[in-house]
Design a protein around this ligand. Structure first.
Ligand SMILES: Cc1cc2nc3c(=O)[nH]c(=O)nc-3n(C[C@H](O)[C@H](O)[C@H](O)COP(=O)(O)O)c2cc1C
Length: 291
């Protein structure tokens, strides 16, 4: 009797509980995609080309065997040049002053630059350290006018979409002070375009593959050295990261699947009326912590 009198109460409680569980599970399903898309939206500078297919291509190209590195290598004496403390201070100051004059220049003239200089700055970049000395870089130097124009067409087409759709309002607004947009005349005018590819793994002549440890960090360091070498000879460039252009440019340049475009550097002299944004750099106290 008591039980049957309480039955409607139990039924009501169970219904309310089912309702709560149902509602909260529906909310979770609704929240999930918006959380993911928010994450994607908030990091649009992570180039899809760089995170997409590294693994995919490794799988695609999975027939080759992997080869370890030669561990039978001689160790030889090494005694680099040593300077007096006075000389060290002088050299460090002079080098800083040289590099402090480096600016990203987006107005590059078509005045020719000797090829030998380009060979030398790339040789210099090739002195970079790399994970387990794997040297995971390819520097593609484009001097052919027609090829430069094809590169410009691809980049401007993708960049217009980047600016209008992919980058988002905040990024586009943040770039306003630099006065950049998707029109990149320097891709035609610069005597050289250097496209730097990171090799996500190595391919040996016998088809075997080798692991390229820390390949992106290694290639980024090499690019820093390249920028320094360009500054040393009085040439200018702008460090550019053509977002979502990697696969099209890789195919256009006939590069293999283990290579991913990291940076594009147009190289030459600045035009006579070139301008740069009036930026300042952080003082030492803001960038150095001594413990
Ligand atoms: C990783 C990286 C990506 C960059 N991408 C671009 C780019 O796509 N287009 C561009 O015009 N400048 C690009 N820049 C250049 C920066 O805007 C520039 O370095 C910055 O404004 C500081 O100016 P400065 O190089 O003259 O010191 C890039 C710089 C870095 C380091």
């Amino acid at each position: 009797m008591t039980f049957s009198a309480l039955t409607p109460v139990f039924v009501a409680i169970i219904c309310v509980l089912i309702g709560i569980i149902w509602n909260s599970s529906k909310k979770k399903v609704k929240e999930e995609p918006s959380r993911t898309s928010k994450k994607e939206e908030s990091r649009p500078w992570v180039d899809e080309d760089l995170k997409d297919s590294t693994d995919l291509h490794i799988e695609e190209d999975d027939d080759g065997e992997w080869q370890g590195l030669d561990n039978n290598i001689e160790h030889i004496p090494f005694s680099p040049e040593r300077y007096s403390e006075e000389d060290m201070i002088k050299r460090s100051k002079e080098f800083y002053e040289l590099l402090n004059k480096r600016r990203s220049v987006r107005f590059i003239s078509d005045e020719p630059v000797p090829r030998e200089v380009i060979d030398n700055v790339i040789k210099t970049a090739g002195t970079s350290p790399s994970g387990a000395h794997t040297e995971p870089w390819t520097f593609v130097v484009v001097q052919d006018a027609e090829m430069k124009h094809k590169i410009r067409e691809i980049i401007e087409e993708e960049e217009e979409i980047n600016y209008k759709k992919r980058m988002g309002e905040r990024w586009v607004t943040d770039l306003k002070r630099l006065r950049t947009n998707w029109i990149k005349e320097y891709l035609d005018t610069a005597p050289y375009l250097i496209l730097i590819f990171k090799q996500v793994y190595g391919k040996l002549p016998d088809g075997k593959k080798k692991t390229h440890y820390y390949n992106e960090i290694s290639v980024s360091i090499a690019c820093g050295i390249l920028l320094t070498a360009l500054q040393n000879v009085g040439l200018v460039t702008v460090t550019s990261t053509p977002l979502n252009c990697g696969p099209r440019l890789r195919l256009l340049l006939g590069r293999p699947v283990n290579e991913k475009l990291l940076l594009l550097l147009p190289v030459g002299y600045p035009t006579k009326n070139a301008t740069v944004p009036d930026l300042t750099r952080k003082p030492l106290d803001d960038i150095m912590v001594v413990i």
